[in-house]
Design a protein around this ligand. Structure first.
Ligand code: MG
Length: 383
């Protein structure tokens, strides 16, 4: 019997790569559910190819368009909680969570409650609610396997030793398009500049997060939850070529790194097939093909988001929810032209400073902190 996978966020960048992976593994895996936000035409085309028994779309307005595009009769779930209901109603072996932003949290939570394997590309779920998801996964036996390329690299490198023998992990960062820009130059960054990532082809939100290096800040918090490490044991190193995807340093001084071409199909497939490996439709790395691997220290003065990542990973509580929500709100405002590039991190920092911190929050308190932070960023821009 083939293993069954649900792909949440199937029409986005990671979702499409996930379906490429399943095409290559079609002897072993079948798609039993697909979910998207509003892209009904693309979702219908994917459903017609993979024929899952259920499809979900968050936008109720797009549901009619989805139905009219379907060449068979799957169950169609729509509405704000469509992704969550898909995971609740369809049996599966793995949920690929490739939804962008906090909206993936409740579906991830259901997958964890049901003890599924979760191929987690949605770092925001852990940043917001790692304090709830990780202990729950330990109770239910859910396996949270990272798809984020850096965390997948660390997860792969960790197979080389015992957890108690890890000295430190290093997240690599491309540095984004403004790696060599001065703060004065960054003050005039346009949306087009920020959407032009040098090595990775990703969706717009994560591309802007890479440009501010907020992406790395979120990843520090993500690593703190995934690997249970204090922030002192999580380092960041700039590596512009995006070939070394991250490293683990063990207590004997040995460093184990994972290298490959920058293609998300490698970490997605590993999350499905772990602990096994399969051939994957990616370009293999040619180590001697004029390849230079540069590494240097990050500059937290030009990229203050990095300090926020450290502070939030150290503090825990509601600060992850506030960091993430304030950033999502500020990125939206930048994309709409309402604020400037450097204001994104400035507003996030201000919101973190203003928030009423709760040290051991419930899920409801985390969601309330998320809601407050979004409102606060909008309030800041009007006062
Ligand atoms: Mg990443």
């Amino acid at each position: 019997m083939r293993k069954r996978v649900i792909v949440l966020g199937s029409t986005g960048s990671i979702g499409c790569s996930s379906l490429d992976v399943v095409r290559g593994l079609s002897d072993e895996w079948e798609v039993v559910g697909l979910a998207a936000g509003s892209r009904a035409v693309e979702l219908a085309a994917q459903a017609n190819e993979f024929r899952p028994p259920a499809v979900a779309i968050s936008s109720s307005k797009a549901a009619a368009e989805l139905r009219s595009g379907l060449a068979y009769s799957p169950k169609v779930i729509h509405g704000d909680d469509a992704l969550t209901r898909l995971v609740e109603t369809v049996e599966c072996d793995c949920v690929v969570c490739a939804v962008v932003g906090c909206q993936g949290l409740s579906a991830t939570l259901v997958a964890v409650e049901r003890g599924r394997r979760i191929a987690l590309a949605n770092k925001e779920a852990l940043v917001v609610a790692g304090s709830v998801l990780i202990p729950l996964a330990q109770q239910t036996g859910a396996e949270i396997i990272p798809v984020d390329s850096e965390h997948s690299a660390i997860f792969q490198a960790l197979q080389a030793g015992r957890r108690e023998d890890v000295h430190k992990v290093y997240l690599t960062a491309s540095g984004g398009p403004f790696r060599t820009w001065s703060s004065a130059q960054m003050a005039g960054v346009t949306l087009e500049d920020a959407l032009n990532h040098p090595t990775w082809d990703m969706g717009p939100k994560i591309t802007i997060d890479s440009a501010t290096m907020m992406n790395k800040a979120l990843e520090i918090v993500e690593a703190r939850w995934l690997f249970g490490l204090p922030v002192e044991r999580i380092g960041v190193v700039i590596h512009p070529e995006s070939i070394i995807h991250s490293l683990v340093e063990f207590c004997d001084g040995a460093m184990i790194a994972q290298l490959s071409t920058p293609d998300m199909k490698t970490p997605i497939q590993y999350a499905l097939t772990y602990p096994e490996r399969r051939p994957c439709p990616v370009k293999h790395l040619d180590l001697v093909e004029s390849r230079q691997l540069n590494l240097c220290a990050p500059d937290a003065d030009r990229f203050p988001a990095l300090r926020l990542g450290d502070a939030v990973a150290r503090r825990g509580g509601t600060s992850g929810a506030v960091l993430n929500a304030a950033n999502e709100a500020a990125v939206d405002l930048f994309r709409s032209g309402a604020i400037r590039f450097l204001d994104i991190v400035r507003y996030v920092e201000q919101t973190l400073r203003e928030h009423a911190f709760v040290a051991s929050p419930t899920l409801e308190e985390l969601l309330a902190a998320d809601h407050w932070a979004r409102q606060e960023v909008i309030r800041c821009t009007t006062c």
